[in-house]
Design a protein around this ligand. Structure first.
Ligand SMILES: Cc1cc2nc3c(=O)[nH]c(=O)nc-3n(C[C@H](O)[C@H](O)[C@H](O)COP(=O)(O)OP(=O)(O)OC[C@H]3O[C@@H](n4cnc5c(N)ncnc54)[C@H](O)[C@@H]3O)c2cc1C
Length: 411
């Protein structure tokens, strides 16, 4: 953001979104479906974002999130890649005490669905292509970004100037939008990495997600379509280089040792990825004609598979606040409107940030009294149906003051 390029075109939109990841594109779709014109500025080319090597993760999408994706016309593009999560089994190392969630206990649909991020990204691009009021500035670098009380102006390196009434930052953990507003962010390094890969296995997973708490941290085996699962193996940071360099057979043996034999023979397939795990949260979510959403506002530990779900809850709340405000003639970039979004999301996000942080600290250590206490905790929750149902409703994302989109209602 240094030199001023020659301006060769000036374009006007209602909203400019910086960052065309999963949260940014969903926000664009939600706003476009509500009748707004939207510009999305994303620096990575589409081919990179949808390439197999770009993102090896699969996300557990809560039931409410899937309802939202359906209401936005995205789900039909990704449905065939979705594996319903019917049960979740949580266990602590070799302890026999465990926690078991079964969707049948609530008498409703699955707890959620597992979908590989790559398929979600492709589905989002497919849906964006159907909406005329979204303009993608893909593979574009930003030169300058200015906000004043009456408009936001983003100048691209290509010389195009994008004007709008509201700027959204969905540009991830290192958010330039957040930094440009000087919003302070708290960061905590867990000194852990999440090793991610897909595995094929001999026996069916039967739609069951397993979370095992091992001394280095959680080891999750999450069901994908077919006899495949996605692994999130939390490990201490100083061991990552060695594990990532293991020959294929040794890597498979390490996985098998941690997973046990309930899936039969396990074979890792495709690549390996390692993500450094940190907690970070922004002090505020808004500034003059600007709001941040998704990882730009809060990045959490993947222990509960909730980071993307939280970001999409931000989107649902923002779309509702903005649409309702526009209907009664309010300026969508005014502090009054943006405060409505920030107030709604701050409390909900803070609660989950706290829970995931405590869970990771509690379960990533091998101190005997702590282990005994947490095992009893798991067993107690398992034996008290109302408590268990409460946690299950959280996993389904159906708790709290839900925006319409999360209830499956179109904006
Ligand atoms: C190991 C692991 C497992 C996880 N599993 C789950 C799970 O099961 N369920 C779940 O809900 N969540 C999960 N998460 C969290 C989830 O992946 C993230 O919360 C989510 O990807 C955040 O999406 P985002 O769109 O906010 O940010 P990002 O994915 O970071 O996207 C930001 C986008 O902005 C673009 N960008 C950045 N800067 C600029 C700029 N200056 N100009 C233009 N474009 C820019 C980037 O290129 C990128 O496309 C997991 C995370 C990890 C690490």
């Amino acid at each position: 953001m240094s030199k001023k390029p020659t301006i060769n075109a000036m374009k006007n939109y209602d909203v400019t979104i910086i960052g065309g990841g999963m949260v940014g594109l969903t926000a664009a779709i939600g706003l476009a479906q509500s009748g707004f014109s939207v510009a999305v500025i994303e620096r990575a080319p589409k081919e990179d974002l949808t390439a197999v090597v770009y993102d090896g993760r699969a996300s557990a999408l809560a039931f409410a999130t899937c309802c939202m994706l359906e209401a936005l016309g995205i789900w039909r593009h990704m449905e065939k890649f979705a594996q319903p999560i019917k049960e979740i089994r949580v266990s602590d190392g070799p302890s026999l005490l465990h926690l078991h969630f079964d969707h049948k206990a609530l008498g409703e649909g699955p707890l959620g669905n597992m979908v590989e991020n790559r398929h979600t990204r492709i589905a989002l691009f497919d849906r964006v292509a159907e909406l005329e009021n979204i303009h993608l500035f893909q593979g574009e670098e930003i030169e300058t970004m200015e906000r004043s009380t009456d408009k936001a102006v983003v100048t691209l390196a290509s010389g195009t100037q994008v004007h709008s009434r509201l700027l959204l930052g969905t540009d991830g953990r290192g958010s330039m939008v957040r930094r440009s507003a000087g919003i302070p962010v708290s960061v905590f390094d867990y000194k852990q990495h999440g090793i991610v890969c897909s595995i094929e296995h001999e026996f069916s997973h039967e739609g069951i997600a397993h979370e095992r708490f091992l001394p280095a941290g959680p080891f999750a085996i999450l069901p994908l379509t077919g006899n495949r699962s996605s692994l999130v193996w939390t490990e201490k940071a100083h061991l990552i280089k060695t594990i990532m360099a293991l020959p294929e057979r040794s890597f498979a043996a390490e996985i098998q040792r941690r997973a046990g034999d309930f899936l039969g023979q396990i074979t890792p397939v495709g690549g390996r990825w390692a993500y450094p795990l940190t907690l970070q949260y922004a002090d505020t979510y808004t500034d003059t004609r600007m709001a941040i959403l998704g990882d730009a506002a809060h990045g959490i530990h993947p222990i509960a598979g909730q980071g993307l779900n939280l970001g999409l809850r931000d989107v649902a709340a923002l779309v509702e606040v903005i649409s309702d405000s526009a209907k009664v003639g309010l300026d969508i970039g005014s502090p009054q409107v943006l405060d409505g979004y920030a107030g709604w999301r701050h409390a909900d996000n803070a609660a989950l940030i706290g829970v995931t942080d405590v869970l990771n600290r509690l379960f990533s250590n091998d101190v005997a009294p702590v282990r005994a206490a947490r095992d009893i905790g798991l067993a107690v929750v398992n034996e008290i149906p109302p408590l268990k149902n409460f946690f299950m409703s959280h996993a389904r994302g159906t708790v709290g003051e839900l925006p319409k989109l999360l209830r499956g209602e179109a904006p």
